[in-house]
Design a protein. Structure first.
Lengths: 666, 143
């Protein structure tokens, strides 16, 4: 180290967030006595402009070259202070933060213990900051393309925005058609727009946009690399139908030997489909897909003499030899728009969803009232004797939401309104029916929601406050057992049809995406955003963004808004064309490296290789780090037998004094 | 061991899961013993087993290493390495006569603020039970 460290310590009050449990002045006095500390100050809000100016001024006037900020978590403001000190001419990596808020003042109650701990943490930071090294940030080119995973409304919107801005987008959808959950809905609250009518144009746009490469019936297999330079591998699952030849005429499905045998996923199993199918009439792309599990020829090896679909297909598109294909490409940013799963009503067995066919879920109701649904929009049920139009209809809210017994403490945010909307739609179709809604609370918080709720109530829909305890059968009727909590009266309400207002849950297969992109979950199990308020579309993995219900329950406007936000964020590296790479990478001391290669084997990013160098006339092998690939995790360092490989800013020589400072000073 | 002995515990937390989990504990204002001091590392795989011994040598009575849940490592495999290395260290500690209660490993994700509290309480309680650590000759490092 050429220059003598001159450390400035800055202790933040954070209003009273820190100073109510930590005697900041005492910490400052303590810090002043630490070796190499020239200045120690406190300020009410260190992150504020005057706070930063305070630091900069000291740097200029007192020639400080190392800064310790004792305030909130470095996960919060490290970038802020790095920027501030570099503006004053100090290398941004000559900064160490002592976390005396999240990990001290907020978790301890006594002033004495809070102060003592803050002193230790500041001591440890001072110990480390003196030994930090100056690092250079480097930039590499970013690939001007994006990957969007999931082609529901969130994915479609993100893809369209990025594509419209002139960047290439790979839109990957797991199922045979884009559209997602929104395509299944009948009308949307509170405006009663027809869901399909507003969605299908966007679906078509996404498929036909010159900048969008739509990979339907495909799954992302592998993602490597980092922001700006992700390498993506996608599996295009075999449709057994030649994508280019299929005209979407549908003759095959009509002739399929197992025609209309299998529950149609799109209709929530209420309708049936053949083994070769188009998920729904407006599906995009309008190409048929063979469900290999159910196709006689593919599952049993035999389908009559010849598979019927093959016989009737005029375009000769059926291809049983088709295999999964892999495509590989590079992108600069990734948007995760994988959506949600509706709550599985079987997990509330007291509601008898598995036992009684006339207990249905909200999603099933959507298909039932939809003109394109299996009943062409007629609400007909079979009561055990005959097909009837239900006279008595009950809708139950908060099924699987705000319910600790099923592990979902959160509110699903859409059920209040979709249940109100369904009540309206039922009223529309069954003017004489008695409709009641069992609810815990009514949360009509969005634009036009309260007005819509009022309108539904005026349409003679009764709101009864109570959370049903049980649904059972009595004769042809279903009995909803509930206490009306406003009048404290127990009720046994006899109805024909029960609609369970099921909530939204994280997708059952979200694990795959988590593993792929190193994402985390928040306590509600949806994907975790980088910051709940200020970085709601970012994730902890740089260059990976979230859109739609994958991040948490949302209605369509919120989903679209977030999708546009994610698209805008994803476009930052694409538009800039460059990304800054992590400067805190590992470095090898080639003089001591013995070339054993342990680190080479350990590195998960294959960032280390052995190279031959000339050491005093001898050819020896030593490890060398590729800085563009290294992420700075430091696993290599813990394995090194001679301490030769060290991650910058987290060297042994920087961490050991930190340990010493925490231990000795008790 | 005196009944009001307060142990000194050093914790090594990975930046992505456990450190964030400890931050969340703060944001959620859960309370836990102040005996624990956290050192941030990028990955639990960074934690050289010698750090644990070094901490005990430098005056810690207990040490905790916490990372992402197995399978969730931000760096894909770092926590597996940590589990191997530190599991071995724990056996070795026992062998050389250090109460294994002094050393804990845990997996705390970024959303597990409450789990973090439990882990801290358990670690501190165990270190308290194990008493002041006098196993190694301590040398005070002038730094």
């Amino acid at each position: 180290m050429t220059e003598k460290p001159k450390v400035g310590v800055y202790i933040c009050h954070c209003g009273i967030n820190i100073s109510s449990t930590v005697d900041v002045d005492a910490v400052a006095e303590f810090a002043k006595k630490l070796p190499n500390v020239e200045v120690a100050r406190t300020y009410s809000y260190m992150c504020s402009d005057p706070g930063q100016v305070l630091i900069k001024k000291d740097i200029e006037e007192q020639g400080l070259n190392r800064i310790v900020v004792a305030s909130c978590s470095p996960r919060m403001h490290e970038p802020t202070f790095r920027k501030a000190i570099s503006e004053a001419g100090v290398n941004p990596y000559f900064l160490e933060m002592a976390n005396i808020r999240e990990q001290c003042s907020w978790v301890h109650e006594e002033m004495e213990e809070g102060t003592a701990k803050a002193e230790k943490l500041v001591g440890a930071s001072v110990a480390k900051v003196r030994l930090l090294e100056a690092l250079e940030t480097k930039e590499v080119d970013a690939e001007p393309a994006a990957l969007v995973i999931g082609a529901g409304i969130a994915g479609i919107q993100s893809a369209l925005d990025i594509a419209d801005a002139g960047f290439k987008v790979y839109l990957v959808e797991k199922t045979p058609s884009v559209g997602g959950r929104m395509a299944q809905l009948d009308k949307t609250f509170p405006t009663l727009d027809c869901s399909a009518c507003i969605l299908t144009p966007k679906m078509v746009d996404a498929a036909s946009h010159p900048n969008i490469e739509l990979l339907s019936y495909s799954e992302v297999e592998e993602v490597t690399g980092f922001v700006g330079n992700f390498d993506v591998k996608v599996r295009k699952k075999a449709r057994y139908v030649d994508f280019n030849k299929c005209t979407g005429c549908g003759d095959c499905a009509k002739e399929c030997r197992v025609k209309d045998r299998f529950p149609n996923e799109f209709d929530q199993g209420l309708g049936k489909r053949s083994a070769i199918y188009l998920p729904f009439p407006q599906a995009v792309p309008a190409k048929y897909t063979i469900d290999a599990e159910n196709c006689l020829f593919l599952s049993k090896g035999k389908c009559g003499k010849n598979p019927k679909c093959q016989e009737v297909c005029g375009a000769e598109a059926i291809d049983f030899e088709q295999k999964d294909e892999f495509v590989e490409f590079k992108v600069g940013a990734i948007i995760v728009a994988t959506g949600f799963d509706p709550f599985d009503a079987s997990r509330k067995p007291e509601y008898g969803y598995d036992d009684y066919p006339n207990v249905i879920t909200g999603m099933e109701m959507e298909r039932l009232v939809s003109a394109s649904g299996p009943t062409e929009g007629k609400i007909k049920i079979f009561n055990g004797e005959e097909e009837i139009e239900p006279k008595e209809v009950a809708l139950i809210k908060c099924v699987g939401s705000r319910d600790e017994s099923v592990g979902n403490e959160y509110c699903s945010r859409v059920c209040c309104m979709y249940v109100a909307k369904q009540a309206h739609l039922i009223r529309d179709k069954l003017p004489d029916a008695n409709i009641r809604i069992y609810y815990m609370d009514v949360r009509a918080f969005g634009k036009g929601f309260e007005e819509f709720y009022d309108r539904v109530r005026r349409e003679n829909v009764r709101y009864i406050r109570g959370n049903p305890s049980e649904i059972f059968k009595r004769g042809n009727k279903l009995v909803v057992k509930v206490e009306d909590t406003l009048t404290s009266r127990p009720l046994e309400d006899e109805v024909d049809l029960v609609v369970l207002g099921v909530g939204l849950e994280p997708r059952a297969d979200m694990r795959e995406v988590m593993d792929l992109l190193r994402l985390s979950q928040s306590p509600d199990r949806f994907f975790l955003e980088a910051h709940p308020k200020l970085r709601p579309v970012d994730t902890a993995t740089d260059g990976v963004f979230l859109a739609g219900c994958a991040q948490g329950p949302k209605d369509i406007p919120d989903t679209v808004a977030q999708a546009k936000g994610a698209a805008a964020s994803a476009m930052i590296p694409l538009a800039r064309g460059k990304v800054t790479i992590n400067a805190q990478v590992a470095i090898v001391n080639e003089a001591t490296c013995r070339g054993c290669g342990f680190c080479v084997n350990i590195c998960p990013y294959t960032a280390i290789e052995l190279v031959t160098v000339n050491r005093f006339g001898n050819e020896v092998e030593v490890a060398r780090v590729n800085e563009a690939l290294c992420k700075g995790c430091g696993s290599c360092s813990a394995a090194c037998l001679s301490d030769s490989i060290q991650p910058k800013s987290f060297r042994d020589s920087q961490i050991l004094p930190q340990i010493a400072a925490l231990g000795v000073m008790k | 061991m005196s009944a009001n002995f307060e142990p000194n515990v050093v914790a090594f937390l990975c930046n992505w899961c456990s450190y964030a989990g400890a931050d969340l504990a703060g944001t959620s204002r859960v309370n836990y013993p102040s005996n624990i001091q956290i050192i941030r590392v990028m990955c639990s795989g960074r934690v050289n087993p010698l750090y644990v011994m070094n901490a005990l040598q430098q005056g810690a009575d207990g040490v905790l290493v916490s990372g992402c849940h197995p399978g969730d490592c931000h760096y894909m495999e770092g926590n597996y390495y940590a589990r191997r290395r530190l599991g071995m260290l724990k056996d070795l500690m026992e062998f050389v006569g250090v109460d294994p209660k002094r050393f804990h490993m845990s997996w705390v994700s970024a959303s597990e603020g409450h789990k973090w509290k439990e882990v801290v309480e358990k670690t501190v309680e165990d270190a308290k039970e194990a008493g002041p650590f006098e196993g190694f000759r301590r040398r005070k490092i002038e730094w």
